[in-house]
Design a protein around this ligand. Structure first.
Ligand code: ANZ
Ligand code: ZN
Length: 829
C-alpha cells in the first residue's frame, strides 16, 4: 500500500462486488426488515451528468446505510428508454433509435459502475425493450376493457416543432417544455386515460403522504385543482325556459345584476325574437361566431356584449336581471352562462362599467364596513361577510355558500357541483419511439383490441424518420396493413404510440419481478417491497410523473394486480447542481463531465463532494476547489492510516485499561459521538452533508495520536477503533476507500455488508462539571451536572435540588445570569 490511488482501488472493489454479487437480491427475505431505495430512472441521453451523480450518490448512501444496519435492501436501476431525443438523433445522424438508445445505455451503465453505485444489475430494465413495453400494451388493454382508456376528439396542445401533441403538464407558459416553441391548440382524435375518475381519490390520498415534501403535496393539490361550486337555474320572465349558470361564488348571488350568455348558448337565438334587440343580437352573434377560440381569448381583454331584451328572475330575491350575450363567457366552460356580480368579479366589473350596468356590493371585509358602489374602482374578490343578502346577512362566505346551495337543492333550483382542474390524460403521440397502442381499426367492427396472445405489437425497425409531421408508423412498410382479429377483413393498425410517462408509471414494480413473461409482475414477489420506502428525484417531477404513477397504482389496484393505494412512502426531492450561478446543462455550456472527475479524482471523491457540498435538498454549487478538498481528505485519511498501521493492535483486541484515560479516552468519546451523529443524520432526516464533516473532524482529532512513532496501548486501541469506525461510516459515501481500509485493518471483505457500528452509551456521557448556584448573590448550592447544559437545563437542575428550590419557591425571578458550566445566578423580584 503506497499513496492514495483511486485508479487502482476503485476498479478492484467494483470487480469484487460484482464477482461476489454483493448487491444482488435473489428474493425477498421475510426474516429481515426490507428497504426499497429507489432513484428516478434516467433517460439514456448518452452520458450521465452531475445531477445523476448527485441523485445516485444520495440513494446509494442511504441504501448502503440501511444494508449495514441489517435491512435487506433493494436498489436497482433501469432506463426510461423511449422518447423524442432518440428520434431526433435518428433524424440528424441517420442512426436507428434502437441502436442509439442501446449504445447510450451501455455507456451510461459503465459510467454508473465506475461510480461504484451498489445496484442489483440482474434486475436492470429498459422500457424500450419488447419484454417491458408488451406489458404497457397489456395494461392498456385492461384499461380499455374497463373504459379507463377511451378515444375522444379534443382540442389539444400541439407543438409544431416537435410534431407532437403535448399533455397540459408539458406546456410551460404556453411553450413546449422540451423545445420551448409556442404551443397551439388543435383538434385531434386521441387516446385518453380517465385520470379524472380518480381525481378525488388522488386529492384525498395526499393527506396520507406525510413523508412527502409539503411543497410537492401543495403542487399536487393545486394541479388537481378541486373547486366546489353550484349550478343555479334562473327562470326567464315570460318564458317556460330557464337558464342554468355555473358559479363558484353562490354567496354573491344577491349582488348579481345581470346574466351573461356565451354567443353559442342554445337559448340565445329565441330569446331576442320579437324584442327591439333582435337585430342587434343577431349581428353580435354573427360577428363573434366568425372568431376562433384563440382570437376570442385574445380579445377577451376588450369585453363586448349586447342586451337580449329579456329578463331573468333571481331565485333568491325575485329580482329581475337583464340577460346579455357576452364575448368573455366561454361556451365549453361550466354551462356557458354566468350570473354576473360586478362588485365581486373583475370581468363582470369591467363589463358593467363599460355598459353602465348596476354594481351592487354584497360582501364586505369581515372587519370592515360595506363599500359604497359609487366609490369602487375594482371588484372585491375575496371571501368576507355578507350584507344586502336578505336572511344570509352576517354570514361568512364559506358558510353562506353551504347554506345557500342547500337552500337551492331543497327548493329544486340548483345543485352543488365539484369540478377539477385535472383533465383526462391524453396519451397519444404521433411519434415512432414509444409503445405502439395495441388496437386495430376495422371498417366493419370499428376499434378492435389486439388479442393478448398477439402481444407485443412490435415496433417495426424500418419506419422512415424524417421529422415531418404525421405518424412514422403509418409509413412503416408492413406495419399499418393487417387483418381484423374479429372479422378477418383487411384493417389498419393504430399508429399512435404512448406518452413515455406511461413507461415510468410502473417500472419500479417491474424491478421486483423483472423477468416475468406471464404478467407485468407477480404481486406475491413484489408486495414485500412495497410501498417503496424512499423515492429520490427532482422536484420537476412533482406533478406529472408523481401524479401519473399514483393514478396508475390505483388503476392496478382496481384491476386486482396490487393491493396498495399509494406506491411511495417517503419522497425526497434533491436540489439541482449549479455552476457559475446557472443550472448545469448542455444548453448553458457549463457541464462538468462526471467521467472526467472520476478519472482525475476517483469515484469516491466525486461522490463525497456531491454529498458534502450542500444539504441534499438544496442546490449544490459546483466548485473544483471543493472537489480537491474532498480528494485531499481521502488522501490524508490514507496517509494517516499508513503511518499508524504498524502500531495498531490486531483485529478483535480488547481495550486495555489505559484506553479509559487521557487522550485515548478523549478519542474514544469522539469516535462514539461521531457514530451517534452520523447514524442520526442518515436516518429519516437525511442530513447527508453533515456526516462527512463529522468524519473529517474525527480524523483531525486522531491525526496527532496516530502519527506518534510508538503509540501507547490505550492510544493504539483508540486509534484502531477510530479507523474501524471510519471504514464503516464512510462506506455509504466513499465505498471503495472504505473497503480498502477495512481489508487493511485485517477484516474479511466486505465492509459493504459489515454491521453498522453502534455507539457505546458509556462513552457518550458528557464530562461532569460543578455548577455554582447563587440566589441574590449568595451561594445556595453546588450541583454536579453534565457539561454543556443550556441555561434552561441549568435552571431545571437548580429547581430539582431541594435546598435551592426552597429559596426559589413562591418568588418571582427578576433576572438570571448564566455562565455555562460554572455559574447560575438568580435574582429574585
Ligand atoms: C358568479 C361569481 C361571482 C363568480 C364572483 C366569480 C366571482 P373558476 O373558479 O376559475 O372555475 N364562469 C363560469 N362559467 C363561465 C364561462 N362559461 N365563461 C366564463 N366565465 C365563467 O371560475 C368560476 C367562475 O367563473 C364562476 O363563478 C363564474 O363566475 C365564471 F364574485 O359566478 B362566478
Ligand atoms: Zn373487423
Amino acid at each position: 500500500m503506497s499513496g492514495y490511488d483511486p485508479r487502482t482501488i476503485e476498479p478492484k472493489w467494483q470487480a469484487r462486488w460484482a464477482e461476489h454479487n454483493v448487491f444482488r437480491v435473489a428474493q425477498a427475505d421475510a426474516s429481515k426488515r426490507r428497504f426499497y431505495a429507489l432513484e428516478m430512472l434516467p433517460y439514456p441521453s448518452g452520458r450521465i451528468h452531475m445531477g445523476h451523480v448527485r441523485n445516485y450518490s444520495i440513494g446509494d448512501a442511504i441504501a448502503r446505510f440501511r444494508r449495514m444496519q441489517g435491512d435487506q435492501v433493494l436498489h436497482v436501476i433501469g432506463w426510461d428508454a423511449f422518447g423524442l431525443p432518440a428520434e431526433n438523433a435518428a433524424i440528424q445522424n441517420r442512426e436507428e433509435p434502437r441502436a442509439w438508445t442501446l449504445r447510450n445505455i451501455d455507456t451510461m451503465r459503465a459510467q454508473l459502475q465506475r461510480l461504484g453505485v451498489g445496484y442489483d444489475w440482474d434486475r436492470e430494465i429498459a422500457t424500450c425493450l419488447p419484454e417491458y413495453y408488451r406489458w404497457n400494451q397489456w395494461l392498456f388493454l385492461r384499461m380499455l376493457e374497463r373504459g379507463i382508456a377511451f378515444r375522444a376528439r379534443r382540442h389539444l396542445n400541439w407543438c409544431a416543432s416537435c410534431g407532437t401533441v403535448l399533455a397540459n403538464e408539458q406546456v410551460v407558459s404556453s411553450r413546449c417544455w422540451r423545445c420551448d416553441n409556442p404551443v397551439v391548440r388543435r383538434e385531434f382524435e386521441q387516446w385518453f386515460l380517465k385520470i379524472t375518475d380518480y381525481a378525488q381519490e388522488l386529492l384525498d390520498g395526499i393527506d396520507g403522504l406525510s413523508e412527502w415534501p409539503e411543497r410537492v403535496r401543495a403542487m399536487q393539490r393545486n394541479w388537481i385543482g378541486r373547486s366546489e361550486g353550484a349550478k343555479v337555474l334562473f327562470s326567464i320572465e315570460g318564458s317556460e325556459a330557464s337558464i342554468e349558470v355555473f358559479t363558484t361564488r353562490i354567496d354573491t348571488i344577491h349582488g348579481a345584476t345581470y346574466l351573461a350568455l356565451a354567443v353559442e348558448h342554445p337559448l340565445l337565438g329565441e330569446l331576442a325574437v320579437g324584442t327591439p334587440q333582435e337585430k342587434a343580437v343577431r349581428d353580435f352573434v354573427a360577428a363573434q361566431a366568425g372568431r376562433s377560440v384563440e382570437e376570442r381569448f385574445a380579445d377577451a381583454a376588450e369585453k363586448l356584449g349586447v342586451f337580449t331584451g329579456r329578463f331573468a328572475i333571481n331565485p333568491y330575491s325575485g329580482e329581475k336581471l337583464p340577460i346579455w350575450a357576452a364575448n368573455f363567457v366561454l361556451h365549453d366552460v361550466g354551462t356557458g352562462a354566468i350570473m354576473s356580480v360586478p362588485a365581486h368579479d373583475e370581468r363582470d366589473f369591467a363589463f358593467a362599467k363599460k355598459y353602465g350596468l348596476l354594481i351592487r356590493p354584497v360582501i364586505r371585509e369581515t372587519d370592515g364596513a360595506p363599500l359604497p358602489a359609487e366609490t369602487l374602482v375594482g371588484a372585491f374578490t375575496e371571501d368576507g361577510t355578507l350584507h344586502a343578502s336578505g336572511s344570509y346577512d352576517g354570514l361568512d362566505s364559506a358558510t353562506a355558500r353551504l347554506r345557500m346551495s342547500a337552500e337551492a337543492e331543497a327548493r329544486g333550483f340548483g345543485t352543488r357541483t365539484i369540478t377539477f382542474r385535472l383533465k383526462d390524460w391524453g396519451i397519444s403521440r404521433q411519434r415512432y419511439w414509444g409503445t405502439p397502442i395495441p388496437v386495430i381499426h376495422c371498417g366493419s367492427c370499428g376499434i378492435v383490441p389486439v388479442p393478448d396472445a398477439d402481444l407485443p405489437v412490435l415496433l417495426p425497425d424500418n419506419a422512415p424518420l424524417t421529422g415531418e409531421g404525421g405518424s412514422p408508423l403509418a409509413q412503416a412498410p408492413g406495419f399499418l396493413e393487417t387483418s381484423c382479429p374479429r372479422c378477418g377483413k383487411p384493417a389498419r393498425r393504430e399508429t399512435d404510440t404512448m406518452d413515455t410517462f406511461v413507461d415510468s408509471c410502473w417500472y419500479y414494480f417491474r424491478y421486483c419481478d423483472p423477468a416475468n413473461d406471464q404478467a407485468p409482475f407477480d404481486w406475491t414477489k413484489v408486495s414485500p417491497w412495497f410501498p417503496v420506502d424512499l423515492y429520490i428525484g427532482g422536484i420537476e417531477h412533482a406533478t406529472m410523473h408523481l401524479i401519473y404513477t399514483r393514478f396508475w397504482t390505483k388503476v392496478m389496484r382496481d384491476l386486482g394486480l396490487v393491493t396498495i393505494d399509494e406506491p411511495v412512502t417517503s419522497l425526497f426531492t434533491q436540489g439541482m447542481v449549479i455552476k457559475d450561478g446557472a443550472k448545469m446543462s448542455k444548453s448553458k455550456g457549463n457541464v462538468v463531465d462526471p467521467d472526467h472527475m472520476v478519472e482525475r479524482y476517483g469515484a469516491d471523491t466525486t461522490r463525497l463532494f456531491s454529498l458534502f457540498a450542500a444539504p441534499p435538498e438544496r442546490d449544490l454549487d459546483w466548485s473544483e476547489a471543493g472537489v480537491e478538498g474532498c480528494f485531499r481528505f481521502l488522501g490524508r485519511l490514507w496517509r494517516t492510516f499508513e503511518k499508524a498501521r504498524p502500531s495498531l493492535p490486531p483485529v478483535g483486541s480488547p481495550p486495555p485499561p489505559s484506553a479509559g484515560l487521557g487522550d485515548a479516552l478523549a478519542l474514544r468519546r469522539k469516535t462514539h459521538h461521531t457514530i451517534r451523529r452520523v447514524t442520526d443524520d442518515l436516518g429519516p432526516r437525511m442530513h447527508l452533508n453533515t456526516p462527512v464533516a463529522a468524519i473529517m473532524e474525527l480524523l483531525n482529532l486522531m491525526t496527532p495520536l496516530a502519527s506518534v512513532e510508538k503509540m501507547r496501548d490505550g492510544e493504539a486501541f483508540a486509534v484502531r477503533e477510530a479507523f474501524e469506525t471510519i471504514a464503516r461510516i464512510l462506506c455509504p459515501f466513499a465505498p471503495h476507500v472504505a473497503e480498502e481500509l477495512w481489508e487493511n485493518l485485517g477484516f474479511p471483505p466486505f465492509v459493504a455488508t459489515a454491521a453498522w457500528p453502534s455507539a457505546d452509551a458509556a462513552l457518550l456521557v458528557h464530562d461532569e462539571v460543578l455548577l455554582v448556584v447563587q440566589i441574590n448573590g449568595k451561594v445556595r448550592g453546588k450541583l454536579t451536572v453534565a457539561a454543556g447544559m443550556s441555561e434552561a437545563e441549568a435552571m431545571a437542575a437548580a429547581r430539582s435540588d431541594g435546598k435551592v428550590a426552597a429559596y426559589l419557591d413562591g418568588h418571582k425571578i427578576r433576572k438570571t445570569v448564566f455562565v455555562p458550566d460554572r455559574l447560575l445566578n438568580v435574582v429574585l423580584g
